[in-house]
Design a protein around this ligand. Sequence first.
Ligand SMILES: Nc1ncnc2c1ncn2[C@@H]1O[C@H](COP(=O)(O)OP(=O)(O)OP(=O)(O)O)[C@@H](O)[C@H]1O
Ligand SMILES: [Mg+2]
Length: 235
Amino acid sequence: MAMLEVKNLNVYYGLIHAIRDVSFEVEQGEVVALIGANGAGKTTTLHTVTGLLPAKSGQVIFEGNDITKKPGHEIVRLGMSHVPEGRRVFAELSVYENLKMGAYTRPKAEIAESLAGVYKRFPRLEERKNQFAGTLSGGEQQMLAMGRALMSRPKILLLDEPSMGLSPLFVSEIFKIIEEVSAAGTTVLLVEQNAKKALSIADRAYVLETGKVVKSGEAKLLLDDDSIKQAYLGE
Ligand SMILES: Nc1ncnc2c1ncn2[C@@H]1O[C@H](COP(=O)(O)OP(=O)(O)OP(=O)(O)O)[C@@H](O)[C@H]1O
Ligand SMILES: [Mg+2]
């Protein structure tokens, strides 16, 4: 049984049919990438999985439980954590306060240990723990958004365009951290427009076009696929 199973998902915004019969799976321990161009439906898919948007039909199954109709805060408690597109850190709170917000579902006794773990993974956040989050650089804000999501000790981390707007150096650093988080045992669902980077660290990937899955397979094979190269890799 896959850790996360999405079956025949359909999502609408009013009359707009944004997600069309989308199905995919994430096995425990995998890094799975969801790639696609602007407007393909990547964010909509993540928002539906994490309970922020309702599905018109279809199912989201997490560890064997149907979570399709569960609200977002319950889904976090089950072990799913979302790093939203555009980071969405609390600009007027400090780095430390932002991280603490990420642990609101956890017992108090655990928070110090989680915080130590996050500071170890992101030394830059510890150096800046008293700085307002709004004054961090884009890459640091991405680290903070990831650290905040890790504070809830998720079984699966869902990342929406972590590389967006970052310099190549920061992109490499963020992807290295995703690999480390994966190696430490967290399952990862990664949404990216940067198909090349995403495919280079993913085990498997699904390609979304105008709300539909048009291709899927092993990430290494997709990196070599001519139509993928042309459409997404600029080769
Ligand atoms: N709140 C909304 N109301 C109406 N339509 C929306 C809304 N949010 C998204 N859409 C539409 O749904 C489609 C999918 O959007 P979505 O944000 O999921 O794409 P995406 O793949 O995440 O794109 P990007 O790479 O630009 O982030 C687009 O056509 C978009 O215009
Ligand atoms: Mg998006």
